[in-house]
Design a protein around this ligand. Structure first.
Ligand SMILES: Nc1ncnc2c1ncn2[C@@H]1O[C@H](COP(=O)(O)OP(=O)(O)O)[C@@H](O)[C@H]1O
Ligand SMILES: [Mg+2]
Length: 253
């Protein structure tokens, strides 16, 4: 297990936002995280990233306590794309992606041709190669999202944490980003807004009112009964005749 949470919780002013989450993320898997708005997905992601310190339980990466790890070492292991990611406006796309290399640079190991290659690859993988010299401020929401992902890829982490990475993306880029993440040999945890996208993950975790209420293969977790109980909507599963994959259709009331 590369990333583990044990009895993980976070409370603010006496209110539990995330509680009693036990989760073990396997080496190389893509784990989808779904749940209604406010169910605690982003908070759980921030706890797993070590951005927020848990108020109970712990997070371990490769068996080591995350909160006891130096920031720099944690940044070599975990990259996090936040749901509302921001960047200083005055920098170029290339500069923004180069920031991903920061945890790897030292006075003895300064910027090298290898760093250039890694940044170039990340720009290619996110279809942003043509934007290198553009100023961040001129990018659309979807382009910014792809730059953030490129920065996270350039970080070459062992674990990639992505909070709703397909937000703002057109359908072509949604699919290409999801395929890229699924094909990457690294371990990923991806909070997803679209339940149909979660069918493509190796496993799915479902959050409800701060709890992880289900965890397992997509077809075991994403049942119409659970969707009704957790999301309060009626769903039916439709099978695509082209490739036999499942998709949800949702019905109002
Ligand atoms: N710093 C905070 N102070 C108070 N409430 C918070 C804070 N952060 C998150 N919350 C609340 O916790 C709940 C879970 O939020 P979040 O983790 O963003 O859920 P999700 O990503 O699933 O939509 C929400 O009700 C949100 O308003
Ligand atoms: Mg969120």
């Amino acid at each position: 297990m590369i990333l583990e949470a044990r009895d993980l919780g976070w409370s603010v002013r006496g209110k539990a936002i995330v509680s009693h989450v036990d989760l073990a993320v396997r080496q190389g898997e893509t784990l989808g995280l779904v749940g209604p708005n406010g169910s605690g997905k982003s908070t759980l992601m921030r706890l797993l990233a070590g951005i927020v310190r848990s108020t109970s339980g712990e997070v371990r990466i490769n068996g080591q306590m995350l909160h006891a790890m130096p920031r720099r070492q944690a940044a070599q292991l975990i990259a996090f794309l936040e749901q509302q990611a921001e960047t200083t406006e005055a920098i170029s796309v290339r500069d923004a992606v180069e920031l991903g290399r920061t945890p790897w640079l030292t006075p003895l190991q300064p910027w090298s041709a290898e760093d250039d290659r890694i940044v170039g690859q990340a720009l290619d993988d996110t279809d942003m190669a043509g934007f290198e010299n553009r100023s961040w401020a001129t990018l659309s929401g979807g382009e910014r999202q792809r730059v953030h992902l490129a920065r996270a890829l350039a970080q070459q982490p062992q674990v990639l944490l992505l909070d709703e990475p397909t937000n703002h993306l057109d359908i072509q880029h949604q699919l290409s980003i999801l395929k890229l993440v699924a094909d990457l040999p690294i371990t990923s945890v991806v909070a997803l807004h679209d339940l149909n996208q979660a069918f493509g993950c190796d496993r799915v975790g479902m959050m409800s009112v701060g709890r992880l209420v289900a965890l397992g293969p997509p077809r075991e977790v994403l049942t119409v009964e659970r969707i009704a109980a957790v999301f309060g909507v009626r769903a039916s599963i439709v099978v695509d005749p082209e490739d036999g994959t499942s998709i949800f259709r949702f019905h109002s009331a």
